[in-house]
Design a protein around this ligand. Structure first.
Ligand code: 3HC
Length: 689
């Protein structure tokens, strides 16, 4: 009894042995934890005075899973299977005491215990699919036995956890613990002993193992996950739970896990998992920097963007004022917010009373003085420098001392905006992506004078709003849109050289994006870029011609594609085809068929090239930051790891050679390989090195 090793502790409370793991921050089941658990269980088993065992964790959560940093390294026994065998081999009742997030291998350990109790706020789930994996420690065989294959499949393929209350209804947890969890666990264990309750193991149960509804659920759940290996493996494994004996199902699960964990898709997803967390760090920020407290927000501008941003605050429980100096626009904005919430309620995504609570957090006003109470002000007015500067001048006068002053500009110079105030250290960009209440990316634009604590505040706020914050430097378009501009330029060229919108989009969708560049432009509105280009004296042959012909995208029912009334399905448009062919012939271009492979390369390599320049200029701090931006802001297929990660997989020498070739053919100097690519390729290295 006592300390087993640095992570695991065993003590006795009367006849109950309490095994507690403390491996901050999330009690991942690293080697030392597994070894400690096996040893603690051995001691508890051999101790005649011990009649029952409680397994729990210190800190913020029960085991949140296997230790992902150990994947890809040589296995070190005892394995998670050995831990589970030690639990299941225990001739005395074992109770798992759950709090926080019992995920992946952590939940699988709990599933092997005889009983499970949880605090009301606990969540349990098998999120392995989000790492390109399937549960590999028996989860695909035990969960279907506990909740039925259909429900288990839903949890495993979506990776979404469930709360304690639902877990109790489903029979996953036996009791909800009020008060201190460990005491509740001990009390529960004593009761089991006193009542002589039978020690049933999940693996021995089969009363719920029915195939009913399974095939349909498998079909609907995986329909939109084409190209991904893990969901299909999850389906196969859960089906095995129905048709194969337990041990055989377990053996197949291990095989599938080994194959996935060594595969490219899981490696890519693990890269994104760590890059996402790394992106929240700001390299030169002193460790002592503390974010400022945020109790109230204000959003200036009640347009689509402003409304979406206000919803983010309300959803996160932060009261927010929406200010628009024009009463009609304010009302329209508030109506739009209410309509958005109503849609979510009608689709079952939100309870009606929760909608009321969220709406109650949003106060509308036409006077800018409403910002005086706010700890953070996000400006989302018209994208014009003079307008923004005027707003920031006013904010400087009205906002309270130490308030964070953020602009949601997507193109303008944040430093110039900051200079419109007497407190540029409090000013930065918070670039939300449309629709702001849905898209998870948040580019935090660091100005020359932005202070560390303002930055730390923006990052912390971003996470509170459920966003993935990535800090970037000031330049036109920042990271995401500057790279996107390269893709748009290449789309124009492809259209002129011989491809049609439907062909380009199909190639990009086949690569794994949810939509192609043309459908995306139609959704965003072609007129936005057109106006910006007019202001900058730039031209895009096809896009401008489309705008001149009134093709603004979905909002006018026609853009690169045409849309039937009330529909969002892009349909090929003969009028657009004609316009494209005429543009080619006017420019004397002989159209040719373009292979899908070439389309994909030309959609992706110019972006990678621009990403390299952003790294050289220090606008992006890490290649992983760029990957995170593209995954969370632009639908880059996460199982391909992001553009910079993908470039490393292709090999930078190949990237360099292809770019050199395309630069020569197009005569566009922007396509010449960035010096960083040339240097890394010559050294045989990648961005990740
Ligand atoms: N292994 C190793 N490190 C992990 C980890 C894990 N399973 N889960 C989280 N971490 C690390 C993070 O990298 C981060 O490290 P950092 O501070 O150095 O950046 C730190 O723990 C804190 O993580 P978060 O910032 O994500 O903390 P949150 O409080 O926001 O979220 C969480 C906590 C919900 C547990 C979230 O971290 C999470 O979802 N983790 C992954 C859970 C998971 O996927 N589990 C399954 C693993 S695979 C498995 O179990 C295979 C098995 O079936 C065999």
């Amino acid at each position: 009894m006592g300390s087993i090793n640095a992570s695991v502790d065993l003590r006795r409370d009367g006849e109950v042995a309490v095994v507690t793991t403390d491996n901050p921050p999330v009690n991942a089941l690293k080697h030392e934890v597994r070894a400690g658990l096996v040893e603690a269980l051995r001691q508890a088993r051999e101790d005649g005075a011990v009649k029952a065992v409680v397994i729990g964790c210190a800190g913020r959560t029960f085991f949140a899973g296997a230790d992902i940093t150990e994947f890809g390294q040589p296995p070190r026994p005892p394995s998670l299977h050995d831990v589970i065998a030690a639990v299941e081999g225990m001739p005395k009742p074992v109770v798992a005491a759950l709090h926080g997030t019992a995920l992946g291998g952590g939940f699988e350990v709990a599933l092997a215990c005889h009983f499970r109790i949880a605090v009301p706020g606990a969540r349990v789930g098998l999120p392995e699919v989000k790492l390109g994996l399937l549960p590999g420690a028996g989860g695909t065989q035990r969960l279907p036995r506990l909740v039925g294959p259909e429900k288990a499949l839903r949890m495993i393929v979506t990776g979404e956890p469930i709360g304690a209350a639902e877990a109790q209804v489903l029979g996953v947890v036996d009791d909800i613990a009020e008060g201190d969890l460990t005491s509740a666990g001990v009390t529960f264990a004593r009761r089991v002993v006193a009542e002589g309750r039978p020690l049933s193991l999940v693996r021995e149960r089969d009363e719920k193992l029915s195939a009913e509804g399974f095939a349909d659920a498998a079909e609907t759940l995986t329909q939109r996950l084409r190209g991904q290996d893990a969901p299909a493996a999850c389906v196969e494994a859960v089906r095995n739970a129905i048709v194969l004996p337990f041990e055989e199902g377990l053996r197949r699960e291990s095989e599938l896990f080994r194959r996935l964990v060594a595969g490219d898709q899981s490696k890519a997803r693990r890269h994104v998992f760590f890059a996402e967390r790394e992106a929240a760090r700001i390299g030169d920020m002193p460790e002592t920097t503390k974010p400022r407290p945020i109790g109230r927000g204000a959003v200036i501008g009640a347009g689509t963007m402003g409304g979406g941003i206000a919803m983010c605050f309300a959803n996160a429980g932060i009261p927010v004022s929406v200010v628009d100096t024009r009463r009609d626009l304010l009302q329209r904005g508030l109506d739009r917010i209410a309509a958005n919430y109503r849609t979510t309620v009608s689709r079952g995504g939100l309870a009606a009373d929760e909608m009321e609570r969220r709406m109650a957090r949003i106060a509308g006003g036409t006077e800018l003085d409403a910002v005086a109470q706010a700890d953070v002000v996000v400006e989302a007015v018209f994208e014009e420098m003079d307008v923004k500067k005027q707003v920031f001048g006013e904010l400087d006068r009205l906002a309270k001392k130490d308030a964070l002053l953020a602009t949601n500009t997507s193109t303008l110079d944040v430093d110039e905006i900051a200079r419109a105030t007497g407190r540029p250290r409090d000013v930065l960009g918070m670039h939300f992506f449309s629709p702001a209440n849905v898209m998870r990316l948040l580019e935090i634009v660091r100005g020359q004078e932005t202070s560390f604590d303002a930055l730390a505040t923006a990052v912390a706020l971003g996470r509170r709003l459920g966003k993935v914050p990535v800090t970037v430097g000031v330049c036109y378009g920042f990271v995401g849109n500057r790279m996107l501009a390269r893709r748009s330029a290449e789309t124009e060229r492809l259209l002129l050289e011989g491809a049609l919108p439907q062909r380009i989009d199909a190639a990009v969708v086949a690569f794994g994006f949810p939509m192609g560049p043309c459908a995306m432009m139609d959704l965003a509105g072609l007129d936005v870029g057109w106006r910006i280009r007019q202001g900058r004296g730039e031209r895009a042959v096809i896009e401008d011609a489309l705008c001149e012909a009134g093709h603004y995208g979905q909002k006018t029912g026609k853009g690169y594609f045409r849309y039937d009334a009330g529909s969002r399905t892009p349909l090929p448009d003969p009028e657009v085809e004609k316009l494209i062919l005429e543009s080619s012939s006017r420019l004397g271009i002989n159209r040719r068929p373009i292979a899908e492979e070439e389309i994909v390369e030309r959609m992706i390599l110019p972006m990678i090239n621009e990403g390299a320049r952003l790294l050289e200029e220090g606008i992006a701090s890490r290649p992983g930051d760029i990957d995170v931006i593209w995954v969370y802001g632009y639908g880059w297929p996460v199982w391909r790891g992001g553009p910079m990660y993908y470039a490393d997989r292709l090999g930078l020498a190949r990237v360099r050679d292809k770019l050199t070739d395309y630069a020569g053919r197009s005569g566009d100097p922007a396509l010449r390989p960035a010096p960083l690519i040339a240097r890394l390729a010559a050294e045989g290295r990648g961005f990740g090195s």
